[in-house]
Design a protein around this ligand. Structure first.
Ligand SMILES: NC(=O)c1ccc[n+]([C@@H]2O[C@H](COP(=O)([O-])OP(=O)(O)OC[C@H]3O[C@@H](n4cnc5c(N)ncnc54)[C@H](OP(=O)(O)O)[C@@H]3O)[C@@H](O)[C@H]2O)c1
Length: 262
């Protein structure tokens, strides 16, 4: 989204148009998503535009997914704090990504971000929630984790049975949660961002429409097309084991596979 659209929208009442992902032509849908994000920025308390005219984003878990998104969002002009339990390890990455990227601990990332990305193994989510949910209260939190029994242990099974949107919301009380960047492999994030022609679609699920709009803008800024699927209960539609999981589908293919085309 251009700074012009964004700054025009700030301080204005949110226009009354539906965030309907499936209607209209692709350009219409993209324009509507951008307008909705601009409107959300105007009304979301605590979401500040940083010095670079982007968001302040804290990243908890700067591995394959978190690292790929850090690179894409840094290029898009956002201000980042990338974190690790061993922050010195991230200094070379931060230096490569530029002056808008600093390094810290997970706690510092939770405190820094107006938007926080959590990209940790799903088994670490309960501890991340216990330790940092208070610092992230009312913030927009994008969470990418996928429960894997072989990696995350027995907690993975009930999380998948209930759906990750429901499970993650319990681990992260009080935040404006969006399930996003969960189903597209990180290598596709690296290779397909901003590609020519039809963009790869990224499914999102959220109960909070303003948080959804902010996340949709960050999907756009990363070089992909946001495909809102529904509330958090619908996150299971793109969980591990679903037909769209682990695939890089165009937005149209994704809508078709998810039954979102009219
Ligand atoms: N890889 C993919 O293609 C992909 C795609 C979509 C979704 N996902 C999901 O996204 C999540 C992250 O995947 P990934 O592939 O990026 O994993 P990864 O490369 O292993 O990175 C995970 C990061 O989480 C950090 N971390 C681990 N435990 C932590 C804790 N208790 N507190 C704070 N940070 C912690 C680690 O950082 P430090 O050790 O430096 O602290 C590590 O860099 C997983 O749940 C995965 O299922 C992965």
């Amino acid at each position: 989204m251009s700074a012009r659209i964004r700054s025009r929208s700030r301080g204005h009442v949110r226009p009354d148009f539906p965030c309907d992902p499936a209607s209209g032509s692709p350009p219409d849908r993209r324009r509507r998503a951008l307008l909705f994000a601009a409107a959300a920025l105007a009304v979301l308390p605590g979401v500040a535009i940083g010095a670079s005219d982007g968001f302040r984003i804290g990243i908890i878990g700067t591995g394959r997914i978190g690292g790929a998104l850090a690179e894409l969002w840094a290029k898009a002009g956002h201000e980042l704090l990338i974190s690790s339990r061993h922050p010195d390890d991230l200094k070379p990455l931060a230096a490569r990504l530029g002056a808008n990227v600093r390094v810290g601990t997970p706690r510092e990332a939770a405190a820094f971000g107006d938007v926080v990305l959590i990209a940790v193994p799903y088994g670490a989510l309960p501890q991340v929630g216990r330790d940092y949910a208070g610092l992230m209260a009312r913030k927009v939190v994008l969470e990418t984790g996928n429960p894997r029994r072989e990696r995350d242990g027995p907690m993975a099974t009930p999380a998948l049975e209930r759906g990750t949107g429901v499970a993650s919301a319990e681990y992260l009380p009080g935040v404006r949660l969006v399930r996003v960047f969960t189903s597209v492999p990180y290598l596709a994030l690296r290779s397909e961002a901003h590609r020519n022609g039809e963009r790869i679609g990224v499914p999102l699920a959220a109960d909070d429409q303003d948080a959804l709009a902010v996340a949709a803008r960050l999907v756009e800024d990363a070089g992909f097309e946001p495909v809102p699927v529904g509330g958090l209960a619908r996150a299971r539609d793109f969980d591990v084991g679903s037909p769209v999981f682990g695939r890089a589908l165009t937005a149209r293919e994704l809508r078709q596979a998810l039954g979102l085309l009219r």
